[in-house]
Each structure stands twice: as structure tokens, then as C-alpha cells.
Design a binder for this molecule. Structure first.
Ligand SMILES: [Mn+2]
Length: 303
């Protein structure tokens, strides 16, 4: 009806980060996007290779059997960026923070990008998410109202501030570059490092607390326990995924990939994980304070 509809549609740009341990998740996320894209959508995936194997590259290439897409790989050296930016951030776990540095290593021509963790599956065309207006904001994200008030307070946020989850972001790269936001985020990281529990997420929230952010439309970052058919556009399997509801949906998309199954679907692995978790919980409870217990648990539980 309007000019808008006659214009060729803009390519949807998606940023994903994975190492070889998560490659089946990476392929599963991509498969879900391809399966649910509208016929007019064109898609380009920007994949940060944080330690992928040759076979993983092949598997991603094979996904083109589901639907066509473009793919670009990056291997940024995050230490290169951080060493110029601020003093001592050596305690800050750099590897999980690729999203914070995306404006540095992605092409200047990209004005925005959708970032998502690889523990998500997408159930609709990404078009609505992609077209969320963010001219004024550095990021669009979904509030996570279940975040502990004590933690929000510890990093300096008020109770009213809608702490958001950083697993799905629409990033305004243009604004990010103009306002030199990455540098500011690193300064924040340095300031709050004693109280950081969720590295990139806490830092992004503190910046957003002072500068604002855009809320994503409803349904674009939903925990599987809150899944509603036809209303949920993106499921985020965070935390202890073995006990997560609606794993059938996740496994269904995994089955479309050359991996067929996710590592967590192996019976042996589940038993092994259960034993490790029990030992870890028991020992840690007596030996360590809460913060260290959480860090240790993260070694065994996929985030
Ligand atoms: Mn996640």
C-alpha cells in the first residue's frame, strides 16, 4: 500500500558468538531463525568465532539447505581493545563480553545489529525485532523483573529501574560509536567490579540506568516457563537448562541441524552433570561464600 512496502527489504543483521562447545547451539539458533523467516526476509549472520572447529564451519554452511543466508566470521582479539581503554580490568572476564566490543570489530557500515545468545530459539520472523525504533537509545532489550533487588541495589540501580536481560539486544551501533559507549562501559566495569555477577549485563544496565534504553516489544526474550503459543517470538533457555520446560521446542530445532542433538541431550552427560552438581553443591556450601559458589557452579551449568 505504501512506498515502504515497495522498497526492497533491508537485510536483517544478526550477531552470534560461539566456541566449539556451543556450536550445536549456534546452529540450532540459526536453524530456528531460518525456519521462521518470512519469504521476503534476507539474513546475514555475523559470527564471532571464539574457538570453532573446521567441522563447525561446514555445519553452518550446510544450514543453507534450510534457507539461503549470508555469513561473515570474526575473530576479534578482545585484549587488543581493552588494553588502550582503561586501567586495570584484568579481573573482568573478557571472553563473555564480545557484544560490548561489537561496534569496534563490526564494519562501520553497519548502523545496528541484533545480538543474541546461542541458548535461544526464534519462533517468528526477526522483522519486528529488527524494526524496533532505537534512534534515541543505544540498545533495545527486554526487562527481567525477576532479578534480585539486592543485586540491583549492589550495582547502584534503583528499585524502579527495569533491569534488563542482555541475552537479546538490538544494538544501535551508530550511537554506540558516536557516544564512545564501549569506553564508558569499561569504566563502569572497573567501578562496579566488586559487585558484578553478570558481567556484560550488569555493565549495560548501569549505563542504561543513566542514559536510558528502549524496551523490546512483548515476547522477544521469554523464559520457556512463560511460553505462550503465538505470542512468544523468542525463547531464551537460560540457567539450568536440563530442567527447563519446553525443551521439546529447542530439541526440535536442534534436529534440523547437522548436529541433530545438543550436547545436553546425551544421557551419560546428564547423569555425569547431576553427580558433579551434587558434589559441587555439598562441598561448596561448607567451603566457600556465596559469590565463589556461584562462580564454581557456572563451570558446570551452561549459561
Ligand atoms: Mn543466555
Amino acid at each position: 500500500m505504501t512506498q515502504n512496502e515497495e522498497k526492497p527489504r533491508e537485510t536483517i543483521e544478526v550477531l552470534l558468538v560461539s566456541d566449539a562447545n556451543y556450536s550445536a547451539f549456534l546452529a540450532t539458533t540459526i536453524a530456528s531463525i531460518l525456519k521462521n523467516a518470512e519469504s521476503e526476509d534476507s539474513l546475514r549472520f555475523h559470527i564471532v568465532d571464539a574457538g570453532l572447529k573446521e567441522s563447525d564451519y561446514k555445519a553452518i554452511e550446510e544450514l543453507k539447505n534450510l534457507r539461503s543466508f549470508e555469513v561473515v566470521y570474526y575473530t576479534p582479539d578482545l585484549h587488543e581493545y581493552t588494553k588502550y581503554l582503561c586501567g586495570d580490568i584484568s579481573t573482568f572476564p573478557i571472553v563473555v563480553n564480545h557484544r560490548l566490543f561489537a561496534p569496534n570489530f563490526l564494519p562501520e557500515t553497519l548502523g545496528k545489529i541484533i545480538y543474541m545468545d546461542v541458548d535461544v530459539v526464534v519462533l517468528s520472523s526477526l522483522r519486528e525485532l529488527w524494526e524496533t525504533p532505537i534512534d534515541e537509545s543505544f540498545v533495545a532489550a527486554a526487562p527481567d523483573l525477576k532479578m534480585r533487588p539486592s543485586h540491583r541495589k549492589a550495582i547502584g540501580l534503583t528499585e524502579e529501574f527495569p533491569y534488563f536481560n542482555s541475552g537479546v539486544l538490538l544494538m544501535n551501533l551508530k550511537k554506540w560509536r558516536e557516544d564512545k559507549i564501549t569506553e564508558k562501559l569499561l569504566k563502569i566495569a572497573d567501578e562496579i567490579k566488586k559487585n558484578i555477577d553478570f558481567p556484560d549485563q550488569d555493565v549495560l544496565n548501569v549505563y542504561a540506568f543513566h542514559n536510558g534504553f528502549q524496551k523490546l516489544p512483548e515476547g522477544w526474550n521469554v523464559h520457556p516457563r512463560d511460553y505462550v503459543e503465538d505470542k512468544t517470538h523468542l525463547l531464551h533457555y537460560m540457567g539450568t537448562r536440563q530442567r527447563c520446560p519446553r525443551l521439546d521446542i529447542l530439541y526440535g530445532y536442534a534436529a534440523l541441524t547437522p548436529y541433530r542433538r545438543l550436547p545436553m541431550q546425551s544421557r551419560w552427560r546428564q547423569i555425569n552433570l547431576g553427580i558433579k552438581r551434587a558434589i559441587c553443591n555439598t562441598l561448596c556450601f561448607f567451603l566457600f561464600p556465596r559469590k565463589i559458589r556461584r562462580a564454581i557452579r557456572r563451570q558446570f551449568v551452561l549459561r
